[in-house]
Design a protein around this ligand. Structure first.
Ligand code: URA
Length: 439
């Protein structure tokens, strides 16, 4: 195989064979294919698309680029969830411990920030010493011992996704249906979960801008999962404004801890309860979504969810005292209010732009090698539908230098549309996509 031929064929709108896709993934994982050729192929795929067959081939090649886990010696049913990415989306941080706390083992492989969207691993690394690099042995042992594990792509599990994910992040090749489906489902298949809840975001801060595009992606991923023998449900959820209030790694960790303690923003808790409920239902621990949500609500109310989160932090080398006292999490040097520049109703937000504000403050990566600053980001306490007055504080910016602070003070209000007439509040969910047989 000559990479240049594959790039040229895709550039011209042709199809890649199964063998070529396998060779590409094998060669890129082994570092025989350089980043510049992989980046060119990604861009050609981004512009020309992939057929369903090519997408399935890519997913399977990526899933088998390292080891695949069989977790049935640990538990008969392991659940997992995955979000297609969003701004302020710290759902996993609250949902996973709650689900584990009701007795459903959760083994999850997560990603890092991508484009303007945050990543669970970057958020968890706000804890001093916390690591997502686990051997297969460690993954299984932790799952057996505490029923909850959160790993990153390593050289062992789906390594091709780890490499391609980082490359896509800095080559403007993220928001493509085939690349997203292959990235998410390869991780899910490699990590060995039996039941998977997919949280597919749509809106101004999501990779899929419309409900139709999100449903299309969701259906493709549900089918790929089912073909591989997994039980899969996809929820189409709103990302036309940040989820909750916090955007930025340590700030989001704090908000997740508040939520596990019974507080936190209402929209975030409502979202978490539904996602967690579907995981419990899919695992067969409840007879209906209502019953599953009631189990989750109880695990939050009596502190089991928070205790499980602390166990997760400590089991992977983190400092549990930062869970007990979030003031010990990394702190930004400057905390300044964000003020509304106009009076009126909030009718829309450029959520992706809000995500980029956090990246530009240092909370994400502009190039692959960038170090993420966990302390920076912002809190935005208004929602679409709210009335605001000019000069009213609508949140706070957390920055480590003067320049990014001033830039954020300009960019955040500019990303919020205010009008004389209200627009209706956004729903949290638009649709649920079940597999061929409803579970
Ligand atoms: N999440 C992933 O894991 N991969 C993507 O490509 C997008 C979101």
């Amino acid at each position: 195989m000559r990479m240049v031929d594959l790039i040229a064929r895709k550039r011209d709108g042709g199809e890649l064979t199964t063998g070529e896709i396998n060779d590409f993934i094998r060669g890129y994982t082994a570092e025989d294919i350089p980043d510049y050729q992989a980046a060119a192929l990604l861009m050609a795929i981004y512009l020309r698309g992939m057929t369903r067959r090519e997408t399935v081939d890519l997913t399977l090649a990526m899933a088998h680029s390292g080891d695949t886990l069989d977790l049935h010696d640990v538990a008969p049913c392991i659940v997992d969830k995955h979000s297609s990415g969003g701004v302020g989306d710290k759902t996993s941080l609250a949902v996973l411990p709650l689900v584990a706390a009701v007795g459903v083992p959760v083994g999850k492989m997560s990603g890092r920030g991508l484009g303007s969207s945050g990543g669970t691993l970057d958020k968890m690394e706000s804890f001093d010493g916390w690591s997502s690099a686990l051997s297969l042995e460690q993954f299984k042992r932790q799952l057996r011992e505490i029923g909850l594990v959160l790993a990153g792509q390593t050289s062992v599990l789906a390594p091709a996704d780890g490499k391609l994910y980082a490359l896509r992040d800095v080559t403007a090749t993220v928001d493509n249906r085939s690349l997203i489906a292959a990235s998410i489902m390869s991780k899910k298949l490699a990590a060995g979960a039996d039941a998977i809840v997919l949280d597919v975001k749509t809106g101004s801060g999501a990779f899929m801008p419309t409900v139709e595009a999100a449903e299309d992606l969701a259906r493709l991923m549900v089918e790929i999962g089912q073909d591989a023998g997994r039980r899969v449900v996809a929820l189409i959820s709103d990302m036309n404004q940040p989820l909750g209030h916090a955007v930025g790694n340590a700030l989001e960790v704090r908000e997740a801890i508040d939520t596990l303690r019974g507080g936190g923003p209402e929209d975030f808790w409502d979202h978490c309860r539904v996602v967690a409920g579907h995981m419990v239902l899919l695992a067969g621990k409840a007879g209906s979504l209502e019953e599953a949500e009631a189990l989750i609500t109880a695990a939050r109310a009596d502190g089991r969810g928070l205790a499980k989160f602390r166990e997760l932090v400590v089991a992977q080398g983190g400092d549990g005292r930062q869970v007990d006292d979030p003031d010990r999490l990394p702190q930004a040097r400057y905390i300044e209010p964000i003020e509304a520049t106009r009076s009126g109703y909030v009718t829309a937000m450029d959520t992706s732009e809000l995500g980029w504000v956090c990246v530009h403050c240092g909370g994400g990566r502009l190039v692959k090698t960038d170090e993420v600053n966990p302390a920076v980001g912002f809190l935005l306490t208004i929602k679409i539908g709210d009335y605001i007055e000019a000069g009213q504080p609508v949140g706070e910016i957390y920055a480590d230098d003067d320049m990014t602070l001033q830039q954020a003070q300009r960019d955040i209000p500019a990303a919020i549309t205010v009008a004389a007439e209200p627009s209706p509040p956004r729903p949290l969910f638009y649709a649920t996509i079940y597999g061929r047989e409803r579970h």
